[in-house]
Design a protein around this ligand. Structure first.
Ligand code: HQG
Length: 195
């Protein structure tokens, strides 16, 4: 690999920061669909002492484990595929979800989730995945992971919209708790606490 792992991870984190959450830290302009101009990004990143070459940017976009970022067709613009907290319209079209989707969370959030459902919190949507392992990894970021199954088919039948980002992550506005089931946890006691 031409770039070090450290450099690639640092760049991915930096891109998440400026393309999803705080473009203002380098005075970057995002348009209403979340796109930033690549030349402007490179220039402003370097000015902010975060030197970024086009080559490194291309490498990170191409090899990113979760396909977090995309270039526009002509390569002149870049945006995050999902996960924003800034207000952007990704222009996603509602599509039918699979029957079951998964959400990984942490044990300490479970009682609140069962009380109020899955909420999008700082992000634009609740994030769901088709793959259990992916969901468990997501949950592990916050503590002891707990896997929740979402009855997406029933939600869709009840008129709820689902979207799929360019990196396959499923998105929806919220998941009321009646559509949720705890399917696994690494903390067995939890089952008896929340039968
Ligand atoms: C939890 C990462 C209490 C929710 C991942 C989650 C994903 C509640 C946390 C993507 C709640 C929010 C998104 C409620 C939800 N009460 N807790 N009512 N409703 N929660 O990071 O889904 O690396 O905003 O379960 O891989 O964990 O950024 O969402 O634990 O794809 O590309 O509140 O972010 O991708 O946390 O992760 P987040 P998430 P990236």
């Amino acid at each position: 690999m031409k770039f070090s792992e450290k450099q690639v991870v640092a760049t991915s984190k930096f891109l998440s920061l400026v393309l999803r959450h705080k473009p203002q830290v380098i005075s970057l302009d995002l348009d209403s669909n979340g796109w930033a101009n690549v030349d402007e990004l490179l220039r402003k990143a370097s000015l902010a002492k975060h030197p970024l070459s086009l080559e490194l940017l291309q490498f990170v976009v191409k090899t990113n484990d979760k396909k977090r970022f995309s270039f526009s067709d002509d390569g002149s613009r870049i945006r995050a595929n999902q996960g924003h907290s800034v207000d952007v319209d990704l222009g996603l079209t509602a599509i039918d979800p699979p029957a079951i989707l998964f959400h990984g969370t942490a044990e300490r959030f479970i009682s609140s989730i069962l009380a109020t459902g899955l909420q999008k919190r700082q992000r634009h949507h609740v994030h769901l995945s088709e793959n259990k392992d992916t969901a468990i990894q997501v949950g592990r970021r916050y503590g002891v992971p707990v896997l929740l199954a979402v009855d997406a088919r029933q939600m869709a039948e009840d008129g709820v919209s689902f979207y799929q980002a360019d990196n396959q992550v499923w998105l929806t506005e919220e998941v009321p708790s009646r559509y949720l089931t705890i399917v696994s946890t690494e903390w067995p006691k939890l089952r008896s606490r929340f039968p």
